[in-house]
Every structure is written in structure tokens, then in C-alpha cells.
Design a protein around this ligand. Structure first.
Ligand code: PMP
Length: 296
């Protein structure tokens, strides 16, 4: 699904066939989860394609690497150029891009000296599909920001996401909504959360969440559309009275939520602020106005 015999990947400065790129079973990331990664999308346009907010994504990778003491020796600009070349070599336009910086063989609990950079890309439809989602309030909380850097995209953090999504699916839901350590709504397992009430959007502030690039884009677009956005802490009870709700993330894009714990949102998604923003988002992602970089 992610690669075939012709797929080319970037690994430590080399262009390799996906099946030939190798990592060690002694890598620290495999044992302890200390690696950092990104999820990025490119969108086809008349000139070729645009990697949406490539700079923001690679700057976040640099930030995550720094916070976790994982050495990343490529600059954001180099990584962007490598990624456009990766898309070109694989003849991909609408693609999902996965860079990972992982630590080499080392069993100590200090940073590994050796680190590796792997970047792959593949075609990937909207991660949670296109139907409005049935979401449950997860029994798992997001990690306490005093136990790790929640705002960084760290490999090991995703065990929390896997637990929450698995729980939700086993109970017949599509996805979980996780609270923070104070019992306020935080985010989904791989996406940020917004709800809409009387035309205003509400979303949790940065602090106990991974403040996503799609989340910032939605806030920017809301401003352009004169839609009020309030960043504040709120409980699940406030969400039950909402007109609509949606998740935002690179993989899920903007995904409407039909119900929370079985309670349907009363508004019509097609008439909502979230849907208007989604339509504008679909247009914006194709163009390079945020980056100034496009391949032909
Ligand atoms: N929260 C979590 C936990 C995530 O994994 C993601 C996906 N990176 C997001 C939010 C959304 O972030 P972005 O919009 O930058 O993809």
C-alpha cells in the first residue's frame, strides 16, 4: 500500500528503492520511541503540485528534533527541496509525505549519537474518510505536557493515539476525542478539534495539544471569512450543545463530526461555518501563496 517495486525513498542522502532501504533492529527509536516525524500533503495544481505549508511542517520537524535532542543535520530549505525531488522521482502530485528522523543503535536513555533521515511519499485519501464521523469521548487522556513535549511530533507519543483510536473502533465509533489532564477537551488522536455554536468557532488553546498547522490555517481562513474563532478551554458538556463540530489535520484535512457519544449535532454541516472554511481550504491548498515554491 505504501510502496511498490518502483517506489523511490530518500534515506540519509541517498535515493533508494523502498524495498532496499534498511534500518537496524537495535535503533533507539524502535525500542524507546525517541524519534520525530511529520505528516505533510502535496496537492496537484496546473503547474505540478504544491506542498502545503512545507516550511511550517519542516520548521516543526526541526523544533521536535531539538526538543527531543535528536540531531537533524538538514535545514528546512534542504528538506523542502528534497521533498519536491522525491515527489518528482515518484511522479506523485496529490500525495502524503512522511519524513521521520530516527535514532540509531543505542540502548541508553540519553540521545543516540547516530540519527537517520527517511522520507517517503504515497497517495493517501482523506485519512478518516469523507462521511461525518461518530466520535466518542475517549477514556484515554492526552499526555500531560509536564511529562513530555505534547506540542512536538514525537514517535512515542502515538501509542496514546493508537490506544484511543483502537478503543473507539472496538466500541463501534470512528474516532476518539481525548480530554486533557484537567478534564477539558483537548483533541483527537491525530487531529485538532473545533465546535461551532451560533456561528462562532471554539477550539482549545495551545498548551495541552499539538497545535496543528491545519488548525492555524482554519483560524486564518475564518478571519478572512469574518467568522469569529475563540481559543479557550471547555468541557464536553459545552460541546453537546453545539451546532456542528469537526476535526482538522493534515491527514484528515477538515472532517465533519456527526455525533459525540451518540448525541447528534443539530446543525446541517453544509450550512456551517466549518463547511465554508473547508471549501476555501480545498482551494488554498493547491496554490503556493503560503510558500512560494512549486514544481513544474
Ligand atoms: N493533533 C495530533 C495529535 C496530531 O497527530 C495531528 C497531526 N499532525 C494534529 C493534531 C494536526 O496537526 P496538523 O494539522 O499539523 O497535521
Amino acid at each position: 500500500m505504501y510502496y511498490n517495486d518502483d517506489t523511490i525513498v530518500f534515506h540519509d542522502g541517498k535515493w533508494l528503492k523502498a524495498g532496499e532501504a534498511k534500518a537496524s533492529l537495535y535503533d533507539q527509536t524502535l525500542h524507546y520511541g525517541n524519534g520525530v516525524f511529520e505528516g505533510i500533503r502535496s496537492y496537484k495544481n496546473v503547474n505540478g503540485c504544491n506542498i502545503f505549508k512545507a516550511k511550517e511542517h519542516y520548521d516543526r520537524l526541526q523544533y521536535s528534533a531539538e526538543k527531543m535532542h535528536v540531531n537533524l543535520s538538514y535545514s528546512t530549505e534542504e528538506l523542502i527541496n528534497i521533498t519536491y525531488e522525491l515527489l518528482d522521482r515518484n511522479n506523485l502530485r496529490d500525495a502524503y509525505i512522511r519524513p521521520v528522523v530516527y535514532s540509531g543503535p543505542y540502548m541508553g536513555l540519553t540521545p543516540a549519537e547516530e540519527t537517520h533521515v527517511f522520507i517517503a511519499a504515497w497517495e493517501w485519501a482523506k485519512y478518516l474518510g469523507t462521511n461525518p464521523l461518530h466520535v466518542m469521548v475517549s477514556s484515554y487522556q492526552r499526555p500531560n505536557p509536564k511529562s513530555c513535549h505534547v506540542e512536538a511530533k514525537v514517535v512515542g507519543h502515538y501509542t496514546n493515539s493508537i490506544l484511543a483510536t483502537t478503543e473507539a473502533k472496538r466500541l463501534g465509533y470512528d474516532e476518539g476525542l481525548l480530554l486533557d489532564m484537567h478534564g477539558n477537551v483537548a483533541e483527537g488522536s491525530g487531529a485538532n478539534f473545533f465546535f461551532e455554536k451560533e456561528g462562532t468557532l471554539y477550539t482549545p488553546p495551545a498548551g495541552n495539544i499539538l497545535p496543528g498547522i491545519t488548525r492555524s490555517t482554519v483560524i486564518e481562513l475564518a478571519r478572512e471569512l469574518d467568522i469569529r474563532v475563540v481559543e479557550k478551554h471547555f468541557t464536553v458538556d459545552e460541546v453537546y450543545g453545539a451546532d456542528n463540530a469537526f476535526f482538522t489535520g493534515t491527514a484528515v484535512e477538515i472532517a465533519p463530526i456527526a455525533s459525540l457519544n451518540g448525541e447528534k449535532f443539530k446543525g446541517n454541516w453544509e450550512d456551517s461555518a466549518g463547511h465554508n472554511i473547508y471549501l476555501m481550504y480545498r482551494q488554498k491548498v493547491k496554490f503556493n501563496e503560503y510558500q512560494g515554491l512549486t514544481i513544474v
